[in-house]
Write a protein that binds this ligand. Structure first.
Ligand SMILES: CC(=O)SCCNC(=O)CCNC(=O)[C@H](O)C(C)(C)COP(=O)(O)OP(=O)(O)OC[C@H]1O[C@@H](n2cnc3c(N)ncnc32)[C@H](O)[C@@H]1OP(=O)(O)O
Length: 397
């Protein structure tokens, strides 16, 4: 890309970046009231701009951390706000933004980056891979009768939107995180506080009280479908244990004037249908890739997660961040560079897909995304990358 300048935007330029991003998504500029809240979600010094005679491209990131299999958390950059002016696309502006972000992340020592992609073909070439998935479904409320063995759960209480931030932050910090979940720092809650106040239908926030305080919550809105039926849409739901899960579901099923409960991008292994005497009260309506992951510092990422079973040498190919390329011995004792021959070889994007347990090596091999020195290794490779539970992020940013 030539004749362009790329730099970190000043605070007084960040709103223009937000407007550019929204225009790229075919959205109107944010109204003043909305922007007054949204701007607190921007971390200073983290919004990039590309200019020719004007601002033509932008991307931003925020600090977080990401839980990996085994329960450790690695430092992460949550990437969002990516947009290029419609009359300047396909001439390398995004490529330049990605290059500048990777340089910034390397300087900060960030281990991984993740994002929600607007379209599937955009980020793979930069080494991002689909690492978590979501499943959407509909629960027909009157058909959804709880089985007698579902735990009673604790008290559920509605919380006012002004109190929500503090209460939900406390609850989120208390719940056990599955692989793929991220920290919700202050700047994220700034964004969320704004999101709670947007939308035509009023938001409702219900929290579950367990033995140690708030250990689960559900944020939802109730609206009318075109035919007039009441639809309760779950926007955000987290819980620490089976009691909180059951307690929140007892509550959701008790909300009046609701015919359907709509679940959006929930974990693939969330056992909602198992709660009901008739599991067909739940219909899967959609889903797909949730977050995309980029392993920026492969040695640190490999060392952070748990590996199981027989040791294997895995060769990583990374044409974009070449310092990551090489062979690593992965075992229950950790991960280290090695000169030994590889049993498995894969690109850094495919490694990101397997890293949190979202894809098994055997599936990647079947699709030509992973090479095996001999077919028999596939079982050991699957065991090595196995993770507890389906990875899921559950935090939109
Ligand atoms: C994390 C987030 O914020 S997700 C939101 C992403 N933003 C949007 O979807 C808004 C609308 N789209 C845009 O603003 C732009 O089209 C972007 C940001 C997706 C891409 O920006 P561009 O400057 O056009 O990308 P750039 O020119 O660097 O493209 C690099 C390569 O990716 C390809 N590519 C980029 N975007 C797309 C796409 N949406 N679909 C298919 N291929 C794409 C290009 O064709 C190019 O391939 P090539 O090197 O083989 O020619």
């Amino acid at each position: 890309m030539t004749d362009h300048r790329t730099r970190v935007l000043r605070e007084d330029e960040v709103r223009a970046a937000n407007t550019l991003f929204r225009a790229a998504l075919h959205m109107k500029p944010a109204p003043d009231e909305d922007w007054d809240r949204t701007r607190h979600a921007y971390q200073p010094g983290r919004t990039l701009g590309v200019f020719d005679d004007a601002l033509i491209g932008t991307a931003r990131s925020t600090d977080s951390d990401l839980t990996v299999p085994g329960g450790a958390a690695v430092s992460s950059a949550a990437v969002t706000g990516v947009g290029v002016r419609a009359d300047r696309t396909r001439r390398g502006v995004l490529t330049e933004l990605m290059r500048a972000q990777f340089a910034d992340f390397a300087e900060r020592g960030v281990v991984v980056a993740n994002l929600w992609a607007s379209e599937g073909p955009i980020y793979g070439r930069f080494g991002y891979g689909v690492a978590t998935h979501g499943r959407s479904s509909t629960v027909r409320r009157r058909q959804a009768v709880l089985r007698p063995d579902v735990p009673p759960g604790g008290e559920v209480e509605l919380v006012d939107v002004d109190a929500a931030r503090a209460v939900l932050a406390e609850g989120y910090a208390r719940i056990g995180r599955r692989a793929g979940m991220m920290a919700r720092p202050d700047h994220w809650w700034n964004y969320y506080d704004g999101a709670l106040r947007r939308g035509d239908d009023p938001v409702a926030i219900a929290v579950h009280h367990g033995g140690r305080g708030v250990d689960g919550f559900v944020v939802y809105r109730v609206g009318r479908a075109p035919g007039g039926s009441g639809v309760l849409t779950v926007e955000d739901m987290h819980y620490d244990d089976a009691a909180a899960f059951a307690g929140l579901w007892r509550y959701l099923l008790s909300v009046d004037l609701v015919d359907e409960i709509s679940l959006v991008y929930r974990p693939l292994d969330e056992p909602v249908d198992l709660l009901f005497t008739d599991p067909r009260a739940v219909t899967v309506t959609g889903g797909g890739d949730e977050t995309w992951l980029r392993l920026l510092d492969v040695p640190a990422a490999l060392a952070a997660r748990r590996w199981a079973g027989e040791p294997l040498v895995v060769e990583v190919v990374d044409p974009v961040l070449e310092h990551n390329a090489g062979r690593y011995l992965l075992s229950e004792d950790g991960a280290e560079r090695t000169g030994e021959p590889a049993a498995v070889r894969l690109g850094v994007d495919a490694l990101a897909m397997a890293y949190l347990g979202g894809w098994r090596p055997s599936a990647l091999a079947r699709a030509g995304r992973l090479w095996l020195a001999e077919p028999g290794i596939v079982h050991a490779a699957d065991r090595l990358f196995a993770a507890h539970g389906a990875p899921w992020c559950g935090t939109f940013f």
